[in-house]
Design a binder for this molecule. Sequence first.
Ligand SMILES: Cc1ncc(COP(=O)(O)O)c(C=O)c1O
Length: 411
Amino acid sequence: MSNFFDDKISDRLGGENFGKSTVIYKFELIKRAKAAAKKAHPDVELIDMGVGEPDSPADKLVVTALSEEAGKPANRWYADNGIPEFQEAAARYLEKVYGLSGIIPSENIIHGIGSKPILAMLPFCFINPGDILLTTVPGYPVTATYTRYLGGEVFNLPLEESNSFLPDFGIIPEPVLKKARMLYLNYPNNPTGAVANAEFFERVVDFARKNNIVVVNDSAYGALTYDGQRPLSFLSVKGAMDVGMEVHSLSKAFNMTGWRIGFICGNSKAVSAYATVKDNTDSGQFRAIQKAAVQALDHLEITENTAAKYSRRFDMLISALNEAGFDAKKPKGTFFCYVKAPAGTENGKVFNTAAEFSEFLIKESLISTVPWDDAGRYVRFSVTFEADSPEKEKAVIDEMKKRLKVLKLKF
Ligand SMILES: Cc1ncc(COP(=O)(O)O)c(C=O)c1O
């Protein structure tokens, strides 16, 4: 049956083909496989290692601040491009966690309703039709999606284990380099768990200058680092502030995904371009949330305690995966462990893709993971699985290990 909107959808969304694709996207496939597995085995608990969000709520201190601020009449107005208290707290945070000094809160920092909309708005600031965005894959696709919406093009830089999951700028063909306007990076990286070092960031600054390219480092997992790895900001290397910006989020480091609060820090001209797009898009996050976020940013121990929990879980998870035959290494950052998918099982099952393995794992063992087939065949296990005590964490991992060993995976 025809619908009035059949010929109304914009070309950027596929025009008349919108909604007709038969391709089922990865996360939809996982959702369907989970539902089918639960239906087939109602008595078996599903072990969800695919979650991309913290398993705990925001700290009490932050929740209390929100409840106190929420009813104050002065907080009810549109917040537009934000309140100075939040910008100042963000600057203090960057100095304490990353050693960034000289940040001018009113010029270099602006909040966002989470980092996702900031990443969506940045192509509006820098991409003209025909311009190219360089982006790492596998990865968070929002900036690339908006680049395409705006008539720009996307060039993928694969993240490979052989290069410590850092992009190799040497593979970019000259004509692509000429049209490249923007580089999207994400360290600490989702899904690989890789962190960048200062030497890599220095190379990025060099590359950006030589080729006239704006750099965005998505630091959504910024302060979640392990085993002596210090959080590192792109902006801490010489010259970075001249060519780029960094996007931070309270979602992961402060268990605040649903609260929707993050910020951008960078060159005042770039930040002011973002402010212009933002001002024409939203009217700012609720002031009470910004004020509660100030409490979070001033209490680094919240993130430190969360990182200690994830680190403890990683130690158990990595050893369980290795016992089941995987080649797992503890990541230096994020809450993800990215491991090569098996080739099959000793019983003759063959996995042609990581997606096939992931689907098998849900159906056969009720273990949910996220597959990535963009640069090699990998699956992502997350340490944000539900468990409210160290004993429960161990019980979840032990059960997962038992189920994995039964499968007799071949690599
Ligand atoms: C790499 C990366 N960047 C950005 C985000 C968005 O985070 P938020 O919008 O909650 O700040 C996510 C969320 O999963 C992410 O994985």
